[in-house]
Design a protein around this ligand. Structure first.
Ligand code: ING
Length: 328
């Protein structure tokens, strides 16, 4: 009996700085309605799907940025998403900015800010939460940048690891699901930690500028989408899993984000791709048994991995200079 689930990437077009959450939520409910008509069982929305990509805006007083964050989930503004999930019997992934009052690693309970995503069941239960680990960009205003990218200013590094949960979804009684957010997709370590928990489906949202904002050197424009797809295809192939990668795209207050959301299978093949940079639903039937080939042959981790040779991966943060060859 094959284990097939019909998934969708619900790509969203731009959300302008002045647009209220209610407008974004209404667009998302429309996308869920369209997904329902196509028999979709799980919808993946983008990173920070409720507001504009606010880390491009500098707030000298960081507390001013709190208006971009959710203090509860669900909330009045997001309740229509949970209602739609129950109405249509569809699970969903949502990326949002989270305020949490909880203890930090020193035991000090304080107000904390994370770039967060959740997986929600068709019944409206929050099945899994993830907080973005790899925060790109910078913490202080950078005058040489064309557009700021202040994720290190507004978010703490995620403190939940890369969890995987086995939970019912669609017509299946259990799917191994995990998440990552945007920049995480560029780090093979993130994929492998999920792979080592037998993940079958990775839900990830992204907000990625279509131009290199760091002005750190020439990067041909077409490579922005290529690098995103390359990272996701490699992650899926090397961990024998599916991924649904959903963009927030288009021009937000003059800053352009690329779309081209994709759904990728465990062979690393793109099985569906958005062709716009606006609200667009792409769907695919995922036969989860397709994960078995990779994880029982080439990527049978228990048979082939050699952790004793991998010490540098967790033992180091940055790269070190190599040994210099000397003629004997
Ligand atoms: N955005 C970008 C991303 O990783 C980025 C930032 C773009 C970093 C291109 C490096 C190269 O896709 C987010 N939100 O992480």
């Amino acid at each position: 009996m094959s284990r097939i689930i019909t998934v969708a990437a619900a790509q969203m077009g731009p959300i302008q700085k002045a647009e209220p959450r209610s407008v974004a939520v209404e667009r998302m409910v429309r996308l869920m309605e369209r997904a329902h008509k196509r028999g979709v069982e799980l919808v993946v929305f983008p990173e920070l799907a409720l507001t504009t990509f606010f880390p491009r805006h500098y707030h000298q007083d960081i507390s001013e940025a709190d208006s971009w964050f959710e203090t509860s989930m669900p909330s009045n503004e997001t309740a229509p998403l949970f209602d739609a999930a129950r109405r249509y019997g569809i699970g969903f992934h949502l990326g949002y900015a989270e305020v949490a009052h909880e203890a930090d690693e020193t035991g000090n309970v304080r107000k904390r800010h994370f770039n967060t995503s959740i997986l929600v069941s068709p019944e409206g239960d929050i099945l899994l939460k993830y907080r973005k680990v790899h925060l790109p960009g910078h913490a202080e205003y950078d005058p040489k940048r064309v557009v700021q990218h202040l994720e290190k200013r507004y978010f703490e590094v995620g403190n939940l690891g890369f969890p995987v949960i086995r939970a019912p979804m669609g017509g299946l009684d259990g799917i191994n699901m995990g998440m990552m957010i945007c920049n995480d997709r560029r780090w093979p370590e993130a994929w492998r930690v999920l792979g080592l928990q037998s993940v079958e489906l990775v839900a990830l949202g992204y907000n990625t500028p279509s131009l290199n904002m760091e002005a750190g050197g020439f990067e041909a424009h077409h490579l922005r989408v290529f690098h995103s797809h390359l990272s996701i295809q490699a992650g899926c192939y090397q961990n024998a899993c599916f991924a649904v990668a959903t963009a927030k795209a288009g021009t937000e207050d003059g800053a352009e984000l690329f779309g081209h959301s994709i759904i990728v299978n465990p062979q690393g093949e793109i099985v569906a791709m958005a062709s716009s940079w606006d609200d667009e639903l792409i769907t695919a039937d995922c036969d989860l048994d397709m994960c078995n080939l990779g994880r029982t042959t080439i990527f049978a981790f228990d048979k082939h991995r050699r952790p004793e040779a991998y010490g540098r991966i967790t033992g180091q943060i940055g790269a070190v200079a190599p040994e210099v060859w000397k003629k004997a």
